[in-house]
Every structure is written in C-alpha cells, then in structure tokens.
Design a binder for this molecule. Structure first.
Ligand SMILES: NC(=O)C1=CN([C@@H]2O[C@H](COP(=O)(O)OP(=O)(O)OC[C@H]3O[C@@H](n4cnc5c(N)ncnc54)[C@H](OP(=O)(O)O)[C@@H]3O)[C@@H](O)[C@H]2O)C=CC1
Ligand SMILES: O=C(CO)COP(=O)(O)O
Length: 346
C-alpha cells in the first residue's frame, strides 16, 4: 500500500484516483477549487466531471496542497497542460521530500514547444522528485470509472520507476505496460488530439468512415514524422500511445477533441465550441504549438496545418478537405520507411 496524491480533480484525475483506491492505496485527490471539494464531499461524486459515478469512500478530498501531499510516495499530476506550470510552482513551495512524479496529461506548450515532462523539469527541483513517469494510452475517464478493460503505458527513462507505476495502477481492469520512450509516449498522447479534432471535423461535415480512416492513417504518418525528428522511437507509434490512442480518440463521442472538431465541422465558431464544451480540449493549444514547431523544423504536416487554418484562419472545413485531397501526387510509405530505416544511421 502506497500513499499517493492525485493533483487535478477533473474527469481523468478522478478516474485515476478511483483506480488507485481500488488497489487499496491511501489516495488523496487535490482540487484548486474549494467549492468543488465541498460538493464532492457532500454528494459523494464529482458532479461536473463524472456525474453518475459514486466516489470510493476511502478517497480523501483536499483543497490544501500541503495536506494532500503529506508523506506521499508518489504524486500523479493530471491538470490541463496550461495549468502544469502553475501547479508545479505551487508544489515547489510545499514539497519538502522526494517523490515519484507521474503525469497523465496530454499536450504541448505553445511557444516553448515543451512536452509536459520538460515543463516539470524546468519548474521543480530534482531534490523534489526522482524522475518523471508518463502514464498515457487509450483511456477515456468515463470508461475507466465504469471499470471497463483499459490498457495504458507507463514510460520513464528510469525503468524501476516505470515498473513502480505499473505496480501502483495495475489491476484486473486496468492493465499497464512499461516503456523507456518518454518522448514517444508523451508526443503520441499529445499529438493524437490534433488528429481527433480532424476526425470530428470530418464527421461534422457529414463525411464517412473512409474519410476517417484516411485521417487516422495519414495523421499517424505525420505525427510519427514529427515525433521521430524530436527523438521518439517511431515504433512507439504503432503501440497503445500512438495508434491505440488515435483509434479511441478519433472514433469515440467520449472524446472532447472529437466533439469539438465535430462542432467545428458543422460550422460553429471556435469560441462557441469551447463555451459549449466546458472541459479541456487539449488539441486546440497543441495544434498551435505543433503548427509553429512544424514550420520551424520544416516538417510536412498537412492535416495539422489544415486544422490550424480552420481554427485560426477562418478557412472553411470543406475547403481544407478539398485542398488535402488535391495535394501533389505522392507514394504512400516512403517517408515512414525513411524514418524507420534511417533513424539509427547518424
Ligand atoms: N478525460 C480523459 O478521459 C483523459 C484525459 N487526459 C488528459 O488529462 C488532463 C486533464 O484532463 P481532464 O481531467 O479530462 O480535464 P477536465 O476538463 O475533465 O478537468 C480539468 C480539471 O483541472 C482543473 N484545473 C483547471 N485549471 C487548473 C489550475 N490552474 N490548477 C489546478 N487545477 C486546474 C479543473 O478545475 P475547474 O473545474 O475548477 O476548472 C478540473 O478539475 C488533460 O491533459 C487530458 O488530455 C488523459 C487521458 C484521458
Ligand atoms: O486522451 C483521451 C483518451 O485516451 C481523452 O481524449 P479527449 O481529451 O479528447 O477526451
């Protein structure tokens, strides 16, 4: 039994805290919102984010970060990407012992183009954590909270910490694999959100399964291309955190990114879409970050660029699809073969 704090009481933080309670750990969940803490305690559920699911009685709920992290062995950071730095800055003030730091968020920071583990490294002192572990994979909170079979990957450069995380979370409905490809696992989780926006846009336009399969497959090609340039193992992208998470996010109405894309495809403006969602849609900021990055690194990412144009340049989704279909003729797998066969040559 370990003492674990989950920081972030949205859908995913709550579902992960429930897995940890199921495994008989001493689990504390922290919210920055005192009213939410009081409601969760009074109602025995997280009414805004997982309304139909009773919280385990053993879960303790905190709005005081010092109390939440007291004596914990591990901290699971699961706030939206835009809140990672702020949460780490708060943590830095009150964390006076060394923990295993696990994060389960999926995004890239605009401007810096940092992955989440890079932001954590910049904000916290190494005396405060042993190493970062990334937990990622095809895992909608709504299904995990119903204890439906789910598989994810725990990645860390320190294999013993990945194995520790596997032991912490693994149970009969939540199966955890390990990996040492932190870059690949983090980028897979973040970049699939862009393609999920695209799949939603396609569905919103009324296109069918052929179009969606094309987006998933060609989307996989372009996100693998970018990730390989950034140091990921391209083979990670045929695993759970690549193609696995693409499938679950591009084909499920649980996905906030798919839902936001669907509304965009139906012609709604971005501000209206975001106000209707009421939950984080990570793909929007990640599209901004990756469009900048692809331009700087001169990496061809036509689907991402098209989605950026829908979001920020007021380009019609139909015109974006028409332009994607009319791109210069090309062969299918040359670029992926280059990635796979040339990556170890330098
Ligand atoms: N939902 C899912 O199925 C999955 C989500 N993820 C990832 O997990 C991360 C969190 O997503 P998720 O839980 O779904 O998001 P939600 O939108 O469901 O919840 C976000 C939570 O973060 C809180 N929050 C917002 N800003 C801050 C802040 N500055 N400091 C502290 N807390 C803050 C919100 O509080 P408030 O209510 O006060 O705004 C809310 O409790 C994302 O990166 C997402 O991609 C990964 C896998 C699955
Ligand atoms: O990452 C997720 C499932 O693996 C959740 O995706 P959304 O943020 O699009 O809901």
């Amino acid at each position: 039994m370990s003492k674990v704090a989950v920081l972030g009481a949205g859908s995913w933080g709550t579902a992960l805290a429930m897995v940890l309670c199921e495994n008989n750990h001493d689990v504390r969940i922290w919210t920055h919102n005192t009213e939410q803490k009081q409601r969760m305690e009074q109602e025995g559920k997280n009414a805004k984010y997982l309304p139909d699911i009773p919280l385990p009685p053993s879960l303790s709920i905190h709005d005081d970060l010092t109390m939440a992290i007291k004596d914990v062995e591990a901290i699971v950071l699961v706030v939206p990407t835009k809140a990672i730095r702020e949460t780490c800055q708060r943590l830095k003030q009150v964390l006076h012992h060394q923990v295993v730091l696990i994060h389960a968020s999926k995004g890239i920071e605009p401007d810096s183009h940092y992955r989440i583990s890079e932001m954590i490294d910049e904000e916290l002192n190494r005396t405060q954590y042993q190493d970062v572990v990334v937990l990622s994979g095809p895992s909608h909170a709504e299904e995990v909270s119903l204890k439906h079979p789910t598989t994810v990957t725990a990645a860390s450069e320190d294999e013993s910490l990945a194995a520790f995380t596997q032991d912490l979370f693994m149970n009969q409905y939540f199966r955890v694999y390990t990996s040492t490809d932190v870059i690949g696992v983090e980028l897979g989780g973040a970049l699939k959100n862009i393609i999920a926006l695209g799949a939603g846009i396609s569905d919103g336009l009324g296109y069918g399964d052929n179009a969606k399969a094309a987006l998933i497959t060609r989307g996989l090609a372009e996100i693998t291309r970018l990730a390989s340039v950034k140091g990921a193992n391209p083979l990670t992208f045929i695993g759970l955190t690549g193609v696995g998470d693409l499938i679950v996010t591009c084909t499920s109405s649980h996905s906030r990114n798919w839902r936001a894309g669907n509304l965009l495809g139906q012609g709604n403006a971005l501000e209206d879409v975001l106000s209707k969602m009421g939950m984080v849609v990570e793909g929007i900021r990640t599209t901004d970050a990756v469009t900048q990055l692809a331009r700087e690194e001169q990496i061809e990412m036509p689907i991402t660029t098209g989605i950026y144009d829908v979001i920020h340049q007021n380009k019609s989704p139909k015109k974006v699809v028409d332009d994607l279909m009319a791109r210069d003729r090309t062969t299918e797998i040359d670029d992926i073969s280059d990635i796979l066969f040339n990556r170890d040559k330098d």
